[in-house]
Design a protein around this ligand. Structure first.
Ligand code: BEZ
Ligand code: FE
Length: 292
């Protein structure tokens, strides 16, 4: 390590300290991180005051974070890093359905539901009938797939954000299984666009950037089946006002769906609905485990 460090030579001096790392992957990640961090500081001519502000921000991120409020994850999301990793790690060269962020509203202890069940837990809203088909890349049905689904209500709120009215009860989420035709179906209420949390440090960034904090209307799915790679994804309302400015960059074209509006009448499950309702249909293609 030289004594006459320059703006350029300090980078190699730091990188060399990782030469004896116990893991090659760890070494490679940090050598690269140091390179990019130093280049960032050199290129932007970062001032001490600016870095001090940034470090205070990182401290605030930590303080704001708790199991039900993942502010660090949110930063990764609003900077597009979470979606970039989804894209990088997507099985290449397959026709599998694109993945999209898990998001912070997935809950482990969700109830199981039979196909056809109403998973709204009695909440009011425009009825929504979801019919999914799980298929492989050859178009054959995947039976017995475990399908997690969850979404917000018509005000843009998830059950876990409504603890006062729901008293911890879960709603608008369930674990279903695909039948022999690869199909699963359920009834719920129609979700709506909503803002990502803005009352923490990430909100400051979005306000300073003067950018939208909204997520277009969507329904989440996490599909797992033996012999296939798991699929975590979301389906978005194609004509949502925020479809082109998703705060977390997940609403790609391939995941935009028609949430078809119907007048009162017969729903896909054969029941009569005496108010307007919405239907959502989608085929989810899973990549075989061997493709990776
Ligand atoms: C969601 O899809 O539920 C979500 C994802 C990232 C940030 C906030 C919400
Ligand atoms: Fe969501």
């Amino acid at each position: 390590m030289g004594r006459n460090l320059t703006e350029q030579s300090i980078t190699a001096a730091v990188q060399q300290t990782f030469d004896t790392a116990t893991s090659e992957r760890f070494r490679a990640l940090f050598v690269n991180l140091v390179q990019h961090l130093h280049d960032f500081a050199r290129e932007t001519r970062l001032t001490g005051d600016e870095w001090f502000t940034a470090m205070g921000f990182i401290e605030e991120l930590g303080k704001a974070s708790r199991p039900t409020r993942q502010e660090v994850v949110l930063l990764s999301d609003i900077l597009g890093l979470s979606m970039l990793l989804d894209i990088i790690n997507q099985p290449g060269g397959t026709s599998a359905t694109d993945s999209a962020l898990l998001g912070p509203f997935y809950v482990e202890g969700r109830p199981e539901a039979a196909n056809g069940a109403d998973i709204s837990h009695g909440l009011t809203g425009t009825p929504m009938f979801v019919t999914g088909r799980v298929i492989d890349e050859q178009g054959s049905p995947v039976a017995g797939a475990r399908v997690d689904t969850w979404h917000s209500d018509g005000g843009g709120f998830y059950d876990v954000q409504q603890t006062e009215t729901l008293h911890g009860e879960l709603a608008m989420r369930a674990l279903l299984s695909s039948d022999d035709n690869g199909q699963f179906w359920y009834r719920s209420i129609t979700p709506r666009y909503y803002p990502v949390p803005t009352d923490g440090p990430c909100g400051q960034i979005m306000r300073a950037a003067n950018r939208s904090e909204m997520r277009p209307q969507h329904v989440h799915f996490w599909i797992r089946a033996e012999g296939y790679q798991p699929l975590i994804t979301q389906l978005f309302l194609r004509d949502d006002p925020y479809i082109d400015c998703d705060a977390v960059f997940a609403a790609q074209d391939s995941l935009q769906a028609d949430f078809v509006r119907h007048g009162p009448g017969t729903a896909p499950d054969g029941t009569t609905v005496d108010e307007p309702f919405v239907t959502l249909e989608w085929a989810f293609t899973l990549a075989a485990d061997t493709d990776r």
